[in-house]
Design a protein around this ligand. Structure first.
Ligand SMILES: NC(=O)c1ccc[n+]([C@@H]2O[C@H](COP(=O)([O-])OP(=O)(O)OC[C@H]3O[C@@H](n4cnc5c(N)ncnc54)[C@H](OP(=O)(O)O)[C@@H]3O)[C@@H](O)[C@H]2O)c1
Length: 234
């Protein structure tokens, strides 16, 4: 199965893993639309890649409905949109943990409900390896990721023959940690790289290639692929 000529919508496509997926899909000849909140970020990517861009906030029902009204029926949808707020379990604000779920989990839920898929299409969600390899101060991220992986399995059944899968990345060097001081960010990435069997952290392109496999492998549905450079075996 090819993605050339297919209509591919990447919700979260203006940055990181979503951006790498948009670049790959465009290179392969797909008709690509990216969506995220910031019109400025979207416009810059749309101009560089020559793809369509539609400002969308996945926390807003009507915004997600408007996105898919504008795209019309689509072949493949990928959801990478997330803004994560976390902290120590006993003290993190409820507002923060609710907002993490609102974007990452309910955002994917809204997209899955609103998109109209053509025959042969697919939906790929992006979770994260904290679902099964938790660490302190990120319980809400572990829970949201695990919920997404369960959602992919449930939708693979309920929305069949639409294929629904989840990709669960490990540490990937993207702008998601842009708020960290640069020294601390580099130190964290270097430490993670040294601990992994592959000796490096991931790049957006590593995950994009797996997402493309989810789109194109017609036998793949209800699967979660952990793509983490070996983080689950250390
Ligand atoms: N990078 C990692 O190490 C890693 C590891 C495990 C899992 N993941 C997961 O992989 C996914 C992608 O992460 P990334 O590293 O690519 O992050 P990123 O570079 O920060 O990109 C996130 C994207 O989501 C969009 N977004 C955020 N909130 C949104 C909202 N409410 N509505 C619409 N779009 C929204 C952002 O654009 P706007 O700001 O314009 O909205 C941006 O395009 C996330 O679910 C993340 O949790 C990442």
């Amino acid at each position: 199965m090819q993605i050339a000529g297919k209509k591919v919508v990447i919700v979260g496509g203006s940055s990181g893993i979503g951006l790498s997926t948009a670049e790959l899909a465009k290179r392969e000849g797909a008709d690509v639309t990216i969506a995220s909140r910031s019109a400025a970020k979207l416009d810059a990517v749309a101009a560089r890649l020559n793809v369509a861009a539609i400002p969308t906030d996945v926390t807003d029902d009507s915004s997600v409905a408007a996105l898919f009204k504008r795209t019309g029926p689509v072949d493949h949808v990928v959801v990478t949109a997330a803004q994560l707020r976390t902290g120590p379990f006993k003290t993190v604000a409820m507002e923060d943990v609710r907002s993490t779920f609102e974007g990452k989990f309910w955002g994917a839920w809204r997209v899955a409900r609103a998109a109209e898929f053509r025959t042969g299409g697919s939906l790929t969600l992006v979770s994260g390896f904290l679902s099964i390899r938790p660490r302190p101060n990120s319980a809400v991220i572990s829970a949201a990721n695990a919920a997404l992986e369960a959602l992919a399995r449930a939708l693979a059944l309920e929305l069949a023959p639409l294929r629904v899968n989840c990709v669960s990345p490990g540490i990937i060097d993207t702008p998601i940690r842009a708020a960290m001081p640069e020294d601390a960010r580099q130190e964290m990435l270097a430490k993670a790289a040294a601990s992994l069997p592959v000796g490096r952290v991931g790049q957006g392109e590593d995950v994009a290639r797996q997402i493309a496999a989810c789109m194109t492998n017609g036998f793949m549905t209800g699967s979660t692929v952990y793509l983490d450079g070996g983080a689950l075996v250390i």
